[in-house]
Design a protein around this ligand. Structure first.
Ligand code: FES
Ligand SMILES: [Fe+2]
Length: 346
């Protein structure tokens, strides 16, 4: 079951170029493209004639020409030409989805089009801001339910085990994390005060003294998880909000359900240091992709386990606090939407 009246990332902006892009969101096949002025378009990926996927056709003057018998559809989904006849039969139009482009992503509204409101797109402003350098990933398809990603990210204690070879540091898992809920957001916070800097921070931030280090992870429904992390010189006020004496990174993770058991994962990584440094950006991308490949392996392993043992109940531990709250919030929102059919505000 999915929340429908909300925006989901369908593509990173850079992925949508001159051609047709096929994606499946919430079990619905969609074809995306750009008009000549760059405006994105999303249509149902189904020719109304014999249901041949339109994504297998071609673009001609901002219209899709079906690759089977050549029927043409414009960017509103209207069928505008049927080869060999003058009239377009009734019912030949297909669905167009509300679409928007913001913060380096192309967003689709899969629910009631009358409720689509661009102000509900999450404010990922750091993705486009002169004081922040951004690294934007390609879509990563995974064989796992989309909620498993929030589970994974809201419990950073897995870093010590799953990412032993990449990010893992043994000191982190032993320091307790705090979980809080505000409105429909969940936040997990961990401060590691007055310790030597982790190697990666020591290198990037040039620290020679002890640091105060943080991991602050915030879930916004349906599927955005922001990981705010960084280090400042110990005792310079970072826990109170002064981050001027250090470095800061944010990972924005967006998950979009394809089906019940599959999802797309999108990400950006932004930093407030080494602006314009292509070498650092390359390292960030490599490290992130290596670590995330480990997460995908775990998520797909969990999904396979759930399918293999359908009658068994999972055991929860205290580190699951954030993930459990996120699930509960999403369940409430889905129930509310089913009951009233309106936008359940995040
Ligand atoms: S299936 Fe598209 S025109 Fe026939
Ligand atoms: Fe991870």
């Amino acid at each position: 079951m999915f929340l429908r009246n909300c925006w989901y990332a369908a593509a990173a902006s850079h992925e949508l170029g001159a051609g047709l892009l096929a994606r499946t969101l919430l079990d619905e096949p969609v074809v995306l493209y750009r008009k000549k002025d760059g405006t994105p378009v999303a249509l149902e990926d189904r020719c109304s004639h014999r249901f041949y996927p339109l994504s297998a056709g071609e673009l001609k003057d901002e219209k899709i020409v079906c690759g089977y018998h050549g029927m043409e559809f414009d960017c509103s989904g209207a069928c505008v030409r049927v080869p060999g006849q003058k009239n377009v039969p009734k019912g030949a139009d297909i669905k167009a989805y509300p679409i928007a482009e913001k913060w380096l992503f192309v967003w689709l509204w899969m629910g009631d089009p009358a409720l689509a409101d661009e102000s509900l797109i999450p404010e990922i402003w750091r993705n486009k801001h002169p004081e922040w350098e951004v690294v934007c990933g390609d879509c990563i398809p995974m064989k796992g339910n989309y909620r498993l990603v929030a589970d994974n990210l809201l419990d950073p204690s897995h870093v010590s085990f799953l990412h032993k070879s990449t990010l893992g540091t043994s000191d982190v898992a032993d320091i307790p994390q705090e979980t809080e809920q505000f409105g429909r957001n969940v936040r997990v916070t961990r401060w590691i005060l007055d310790r030597t800097a982790a190697p990666v921070y020591a290198r990037l931030g040039g620290f020679t003294t002890n640091v105060d280090r943080w991991q602050i992870i915030t879930f916004t429904p349906p599927a955005l998880v922001e990981v705010d992390m960084g280090s400042c010189i110990a005792g310079t006020g970072a826990p109170q909000g002064d981050r001027s004496q250090g470095i800061e990174l944010h990972a924005f993770n967006l998950v979009t359900p394809c089906s019940e058991n599959t999802a797309y994962y999108f990400w950006t990584h932004v930093r407030n240091f080494a602006l314009g440094d292509a070498e650092i950006s390359k390292t960030v991308r490599q490290q992130f992709l290596t670590a995330f490949a480990e997460d995908v392996m775990a998520i797909e392993g969990v999904q396979a386990g759930m399918e293999r043992f359908p009658g068994k109940r999972m055991v929860n531990i205290s580190a699951d606090g954030g993930g459990i709250r996120a699930r509960r919030i999403l369940d409430e929102m889905i129930a509310e939407e089913k009951a009233g059919g309106k936008v359940a505000a995040a």
